[in-house]
Design a protein around this ligand. Structure first.
Ligand code: G
Ligand code: G
Ligand code: MN
Ligand code: NA
Length: 252
């Protein structure tokens, strides 16, 4: 595949950069609590390619480990420029999580950048429990014991069972955007699902983040459901690192 060929030399030609989308508190003054790092690829031949398109290619070509490790290191480096209470979330593919030296790579990235473990949040999807659930649980447990935060991304859209929630303690469940969109259109099923997820998370002492909040009405709805955190265009689109840093400077 042409995309795979281009992807092979994207790292060394500096074609990747990260954008950061703010995660804010659902209530009060909606202060920024962290950012999710989102990978961007600008290729001379194809222009900007969406991660939704190239991540699966990178996974199939076994390029996701070096690319994912670059993301991890870059995100930890960038986060050191923010106030010391602000977290950074990094998406981790199953192949990356279960690759032989993933835990060591994370520890090294924290050590080299000086980022405290609790400021790093790793986002995984339910799909990691499908293939080799035992190994994934074991690795997540090691990461957790190091003080790293764990988030369950795109919750409710995967093919997994809830059993893993009794084996591994997540800090945050991210309610998938599709439920937020559906609920805001008055879809009773989506409303019921969000309510149930929040109730379950509360009972398990897990925080919830609502994804894809795009307007005032969706914000009000999410506040009513009792989600803890919000991520969505209403509070900020993914932005380059300088813009993320500028959110904290007093002079605007
Ligand atoms: O930023 P955007 O909405 O286009 O992202 C599309 C998808 O790509 C999302 O599901 C997101 O989780 C995923 N993605 C973005 N950056 C990374 C990354 O660094 N690693 C992995 N594994 N997935 C990512
Ligand atoms: O799968 P994951 O949750 O990691 O994907 C995050 C993706 O969701 C990013 O690509 C980001 O651009 C996108 N996103 C974030 N907030 C919104 C939003 O409010 N609306 C829409 N349509 N997409 C969003
Ligand atoms: Mn994510
Ligand atoms: Na998501």
């Amino acid at each position: 595949r042409v995309l795979e060929f281009e992807l092979r030399n994207a790292l060394e030609s500096n074609q990747f950069h990260l954008e950061y989308q703010p995660v804010v508190e659902a209530n009060g003054d909606h202060g920024v609590v962290g950012f999710e790092a989102l990978l961007r690829w600008n290729n001379p031949k194809f222009g900007n390619v969406s991660p939704a398109k190239f991540i699966p290619v990178a996974e199939d070509a076994r390029l996701i480990v070096p690319i994912g490790n670059w993301v991890l290191r870059q995100a930890c480096t960038d986060a050191m420029n923010w106030p010391s209470s602000i977290k950074v979330a990094v998406n981790v593919s199953v192949d990356q999580l279960t690759s032989p030296s993933f835990v060591e790579t994370v520890v090294q990235a924290l050590h080299d950048t000086g980022l405290p473990a609790w400021r790093l949040e790793l986002e995984v999807t339910e799909s990691i429990f499908v293939r080799d659930g035992g190994l994934a649980v074991q690795i997540l447990d090691r990461l957790r014991k190091l003080g790293i935060k764990l988030s369950l991304d795109d919750f409710g859209t995967g093919y997994s069972s809830l059993g893993y929630l009794s084996n591994i303690r997540f800090d945050t469940i991210k309610v998938d955007r599709s439920f937020v969109t559906g609920a805001s259109k008055g879809k009773a099923e989506c409303i019921a699902i969000i309510r149930a997820v929040v109730a379950m998370a509360d009972a398990l002492d897990i925080a919830t983040t609502a994804e894809g909040v795009e307007n005032e009405a969706e914000l009000a709805m999410i506040q009513q459901f009792g989600c803890d955190k919000i991520q969505g265009y209403y509070f900020g689109r993914p932005m380059v690192i300088n813009d993320a840093c500028a959110l904290f400077s007093d002079i605007q």
